[in-house]
Design a protein around this ligand. Structure first.
Ligand code: GLC
Length: 744
């Protein structure tokens, strides 16, 4: 059968037509020989009973029997390269047409070499590094036999109660768009048929990052304008980068579950955005339309998903179980089935699976492709760049190596605190913990004690920690959230430190030595209630396989911290959701509100009675061991700018400190008076800069007409004349300001 595929592929190539129609010609020819069930089989994805678990259990099914019947298009969550090839061998040799299986998995921040969680890597603002991390992840995954990753996650979110913020690129659509596109390019490379590149998957379509109350899977309801302005751009950027697939989200979007939304999946995704790949549901999301209350049974759920042009169903099996009835009743035509099946076959063709079903994977290739030294070195580098120095009172950091260090806290020896969620192929014994990193970098200088668990006290733990602190020159506390508690199904009503950790911190602070907190977490945390107990606060996120090394690299001063926040850090839970790019309101608070207990007056401003409306640490913020200054902000030709013109902006950045370092120059814009309310600031340019001490550089940004466009009152995307303000600096509260007017 494979020889027939090779001949057919050759014929398709000989006809010299473009790749898509070549693939379509091949797919149509193959479909002419397929039964209805075989076609819907290509539209069905299953997971092995013994596979990695990434969703709720379902009814048992015989995967091997389905594969032999030619009724499995894709399999996800297989654990080993050997099992992948076993299943592929079964499909190719035992099914009637021998159509290869497409193997998928969530390789979202590394396969074997684990990189920082995506929210961490995003804080590097290093687009090329994020792309490279995707490329490495793809190479390891492909070597395992995985030809499709369910990544990038493009869901914008400003709500740290939602555990999946760890998987995305933060609250800003402009930055998330750049990073999502970079990941697609990293995964897919120049040629999908290359055996080291894999298909990307734009997820979760759409607006999954805005669930009511920050509770996973919850309702999303917003105006189309808000969706298009704030949530859609990263999906579009990833599609424009050529993403081969899209995954629907669990949530209902404006009362229609995404997996059954013809507006989202046909009218917007295909007709307006021109997507021609294939769409897969999320895990059981098709039959979850019953729980959503929009389908009476699995047949109606399958019907709604098919009519929405959802090409492939993940795991719930309703397509296979309902297709004959739906076609017999005339509810779904075989032509509609062909269109969806074709999208899946074309993807397999483009991956080269018909030419060689074993192009990806093989135990020997896998063993020789993972944990390459250069990839581990890269993981250490991007981990360093992902970490954010938030506080450094009295320049406690960097440690100069002479101090006696009391390393305290529940995460000292936790590999999972380094890896975070979605790391199914991790190896704890290859993961460098914080304790290992410190012992290597500060030999003979480190004493270690847990002090408490992540959530529970330890008998005598605090007393031991206090003693250790008293006998040291500096106390370094590893605090935050466990790696297991980020990602999916990990929503929290509070993002404060657990009480046991607060108690430990207070006790160690009272010991009277400088306190450095290393925060490992998959989400922003509310730290105002404890920040005074910290002399230095260093945000490590879940930094990956090389996390312990990277942390020691920066804490020791071998490298200067250079990460900048991509999500605001709230003062307290009550501020959530909090974002820098909020609207002004008709009663914006200027400056800070006086204490109402003294004034006993209300301000009639959009603010809280007892809490500032500003975050503890704003979007874009991050300290260095050196100092940067921004000046000479100039709008080129500012008096002669018209609709459609690009606007060139220049600024001078200087490293005025006493050591080399990196920062991120960030350009923010505000449209001062438009036909709709606009954010008080919007990121519209950034550049990561490494400057030697004393070095200065002029940086140029170009604001395009598109950058100044938005979904206007007439619901058309475009520019409007008027006054614009600009700010330039290395955080979203930058004060260096300029303005210009766009004339008609
Ligand atoms: C999960 C996640 C999705 C993932 C999929 C397969 O439920 O929502 O992000 O890609 O199932 O594991």
């Amino acid at each position: 059968m494979r020889n027939l595929f090779i001949v057919l592929v050759a014929v398709a190539c000989l006809c010299g037509c473009d790749r898509r129609s070549e693939a379509e010609r091949f797919a149509d020819d193959l479909m002419s020989r397929m039964t209805l069930r075989e076609k819907v089989g290509q539209m069905s994805q299953f997971a092995p009973q013994t596979g990695v678990v990434t969703g709720p259990e379902g009814e048992p099914m015989d995967l091997n029997a389905l594969i032999k019947a030619g009724e499995v298009g894709s399999v996800l969550n297989v654990k080993t390269p050997e099992e992948i090839w076993e299943l592929q061998r079964l499909a190719v040799d035992s099914s009637r047409l021998g159509i290869p299986i497409l193997f998928g998995h969530d390789i979202i921040h590394g396969c074997k070499v684990i990189f920082p969680i995506n929210l961490g890597s995003a804080c590097s603002w290093n687009v090329e590094a994020v792309k490279e991390s995707a490329r490495i992840a793809a190479a390891e995954a492909a070597a395992m036999g995985i030809a499709w990753t369910f990544s990038p996650m493009c869901d914008v979110s400003a709500d740290p109660r939602w555990g999946r913020v760890s998987e995305g690129s933060g609250e800003d659509p402009y930055l998330a768009a750049k990073l999502s596109a970079a990941m697609v390019e990293g995964y897919q490379g120049e040629e999908l048929a290359d055996s080291t590149t894999i298909m990307a998957c734009v997820k979760h379509f759409a607006a999954y990052g805005a669930p009511e109350a920050g509770r996973d899977y919850n309702t999303v309801d917003m105006s189309e304008r808000m969706f298009r302005d704030r949530y859609l751009p990263p999906y579009v950027a990833a599609l424009d980068a050529g993403a081969a697939t899209v995954m629907t989200s669990f949530n209902d979007f404006n009362a229609i579950p995404a997996s059954g939304s013809r507006w989202l999946l046909k009218e917007l995704l295909r007709d307006e955005l021109g997507f021609d790949g294939f769409v897969v549901s999320d895990y059981r999301a098709v039959t979850e339309m019953i729980a959503h209350g929009v389908a009476r049974d699995t047949t109606e759920a399958a019907y709604k998903a098919m009519k929405a042009c959802l090409d492939m169903e993940m795991v719930s099996g309703s397509y296979l179980n309902s297709v004959e009835e739906l076609v017999k009743e005339g509810l779904v035509s075989e032509k509609e089935i062909d269109a969806m099946c074709r999208n899946v076959l074309v993807a397999k063709y483009n991956l080269g699976l018909f030419e060689d079903p074993f192009r990806y994977g093989g135990a020997e290739r896998f063993a020789g492709s993972i944990y390459r030294p250069e990839d581990l070195a890269f993981a250490r580098s991007i981990a360093r760049e992902s970490m954010v120095l938030l506080k450094n009172e009295g320049e406690v950091l960097p440690l100069d190596g002479g101090e006696r260090i009391a390393l305290i806290g529940p995460y000292i020896s936790s590999p999972r605190a380094m890896l975070g969620s979605w790391t199914a192929f991790r190896d704890y014994d290859r993961t460098v913990t914080i304790g290992q990193g410190f012992e290597e970098r500060f030999p003979g200088k480190v004493t270690m004690t847990a002090g408490c668990g992540p959530y529970a006290e330890i008998d005598g733990g605090i007393a031991q920690a206090v003693r250790a602190a008293r006998n040291a020159d500096v106390a370094v506390l590893t605090l935050g959230l466990p790696g297991e508690f980020s990602g999916e199904a990990a929503s929290m009503t509070s993002v404060e430190l657990p009480q046991a950790q607060k108690n430990l911190l207070a006790a160690v602070k009272a010991a009277g030595k400088p306190v450095v907190v290393l925060l490992t977490t998959g989400r922003p945390m509310a730290l105002e209630s404890v920040i005074d107990d910290m002399d230095a606060l260093f945000l490590a996120w879940h930094p990956g396989t090389e996390g312990g090394h990277a942390i020691a690299d920066v804490i020791s001063g071998d490298h200067s911290p250079s990460g900048h926040l991509v999500m605001s850090f709230p003062r307290c839970d009550g501020q959530i959701p909090i974002r820098y790019n909020h609207k002004a309101t008709g009663r914006p608070l200027e400056g800070t509100a006086p204490d109402p207990l003294i004034s006993m007056k209300k301000l009639y401003k959009s603010c809280y009675l007892f809490t500032p409306d500003t975050p503890l640490y704003p979007f874009g913020y991050g300290l260095s061991y050196t100092e940067f200054e921004f000046d000479s902000l100039e709008v080129v030709d500012k008096d002669n700018i018209h609709i459609g013109d690009d606007v060139t902006v220049r600024v001078r950045v200087s490293n005025v400190g006493d050591r080399d370092g990196a920062t991120v120059a960030q350009l923010y814009m505000r449209d001062m008076a438009a036909s709709t309310t606009r954010p008080v600031r919007e990121l519209k340019g950034f550049e990561r800069l490494h400057l030697r001490k004393g070095e200065l550089r002029v940086v140029e940004f170009v604001l395009t007409a598109e950058d100044m466009s938005f979904w206007r009152e007439d619901m058309k995307f475009g520019q409007e004349p008027g006054e614009f303000r600009l700010w330039l600096g290395n955080h979203s509260d930058a004060t260096l300001e300029a303005s210009f007017t766009v004339r008609p």
